[in-house]
Write a protein of this length. Structure first.
Length: 206
């Protein structure tokens, strides 16, 4: 497993393959290891295939719907108009950034993470570019916010996964995520105050 981890991370770092290819290599490598060690029964393998198909169909349907919606928005010129209006507000860019980021917290409580990004990025990204912020840094912030949304009730997909695996009552699982919510918020504050935390490693890849 350590060798597989090194292979995937090193391949990404040195540009041998793209993130999607790295995911494929990692999944295939994990499957081979599980089969060689005989730790994956055929029933578990078939269940994993079925769940993968369901998740992939859900993601593809979301992507198609979001792409159609985004195309319609682009044709209307609404994202450009909204971004121009926000960039001209009489407040510092940093205040606008904070408002945008914390807007994602309640939004993530109601909408699945990928759908949330696909529906909002056409509005938000031009604003970030207009303020001159680093797109890589903003992308890292978005990843943290999406992960935060996965444990934020009532959607909180990860909570339902944990409850389904452990059979622990959902309200107890929800109470157990409080330290993780605090950790995500602390991480978000650190990334905002010290952008180089997220830019150091990508900077070494140039």
């Amino acid at each position: 497993m350590v060798a597989l981890f090194i292979l995937v991370i090193a391949g990404l770092y040195f540009g041998f393959f793209a993130p999607s290819e790295a995911g494929t290599i990692g999944a295939f490598g994990a499957l081979v290891i599980a089969l060689v060690r005989r730790r994956m029964p055929w029933t578990s393998f078939l269940t994993a295939l079925l769940e993968t198909a369901r998740t992939s169909c859900f993601i593809l349907i979301t992507l198609v719907g979001a792409m159609l919606f985004n195309t319609f928005l682009t044709m209307t010129g609404l994202p450009q108009a909204v971004s121009q209006w926000i960039t001209t507000l009489p407040v510092p860019p940093f205040v606008t950034l904070i408002i945008i980021l914390f807007f994602y917290i309640p939004l993530g409580m109601l909408i699945e993470g990928m759908a949330m990004l696909l529906l909002t990025i056409p509005f938000v990204f031009p604003i970030i570019q207009g303020f001159g912020y680093d797109p890589v840094w903003f992308g890292v912030l978005m990843c943290v916010l999406v992960e935060f949304s996965l444990i934020s009730p009532p959607v909180a997909i990860n909570l339902y996964v944990v409850q389904g695996v452990t059979k622990v009552p959902l309200h107890e699982v929800a109470r157990g995520i409080v330290p993780f919510i605090a950790a995500y918020l602390f991480c978000l504050v650190l990334l905002i105050i010290f952008p180089q935390i997220s830019l150091f490693l990508p900077g070494t890849m140039k």
